[in-house]
Design a protein around this ligand. Sequence first.
Ligand code: NIG
Ligand code: FE
Length: 428
Amino acid sequence: MTNQVDLIVDQIGQLCTIPAHEHGPQRGAKLGDLGIRENAAIAVTGGKIVAIGRRDTILEEYAAETRVTARGKVVTPGFVDPHTHLVWMGDRADEFEMRAKGATYSEIMAAGGGINRTVRQTRSASLLGLMEATKARLDRMLEYGTTTVEIKTGYGLDLSTELAMLSAIALLDAEHPIDLVPTFLGAHAVPPEYASQPDQYVEFLIQHVLPAVVAWKQEHWPGVLYCDAFCENGAFTLDQTRRIFDAARSFGLPLRLHADEFESLGGTALAVEMGARSVDHLLATTPEDAARLGASDTVAILLPATPFGLNITNTAPIKLLLAHNAAIALATDCNPGTAWCESTQMVLALATRTLKLTTAQALAATTINAAYALDKGDQVGSLEVGKQADLVIWDIPDFRHLGYRFGANLVSTVIKRGSVVFEQNLNT
Ligand code: NIG
Ligand code: FE
């Protein structure tokens, strides 16, 4: 007897299922288990995977209204991008030019440029304007194979604009195929009106903004909402970060942290101690903190597009992190200052070079591990029965082409919750 399903993805030459390990991320020496199956097919109903197997078996057992052929090529889960700043207005191309002439990111920020430049432009935008600018970036992400994206606020730094950024994320989540995960990053920079009073800004965040954000969540966002902070010289101190985290935790918001991007202030140890879901950047992380991450459930999110975008050669201590059994994920950090990069394919290409990950390790770090970094490991990030049918058909004969080639879009078809949402006929 054949079962009727909505969709069969057929003729998959190399299917990378990228399984979870013990209902968690792939860690340490076990990172890079792609769970490859050959000559496979996938049956999908109601947006979820109902069967995966050899194509002859699947075709015997299932019949579908729609059949999509992978033409013998590679299929992977859709990418999960667990760290972006996708809602912003304007650009900072001139700062990129200044850096090419020798200015540093921190110098530009101290002189009133950097994040606060983007804050000025974002504050004067309308909600519709913000949504339009963000939608164009999400469209590019989808075309490059990303199907789940975390987005931080942090270009408002006042009550109304922070809430407008959250609204933009919630409205785009409803209308765009990509699933979005919001993070409140009120502690991204000290805004100009608090320039000489950073502690008062932290108080304002705790007393006024956080409660309003929590009220917004109760009304508009049934999913998870995280709280993040930028713990760095020129942004927020360790003590200020702790105060914000204490307040966020008292409201029940799970934590993430920007730490060790330029210097190590102790943020990583604090985040691990407070049970943060992830610590991100980690370019200046100490060996002790790498060991702390390894011994914890906190995911180390590495962002190789950021030093590339800044044109610096710093890298995260990847060997130590893996030796300590840490859970590693990769993300774009897409933002107008350090890394305007919508492409996780580019991040894979960088990770296989600057971090010397194998393509298999980098693929696991952009799919299943990234999904766990957003507490979505039971829904997306791998191709397993019961999970969302979010997948990409690649126009390549072998998964290793994803690390080896760079700069061109290798996507053939993107399927989100069982529907084809992007197609590109490369015919190669
Ligand atoms: O992750 N480091 C802080 N935030 C961003 C940069 C944001 C910006 O420069 O606009 C980052 O690199
Ligand atoms: Fe960031």
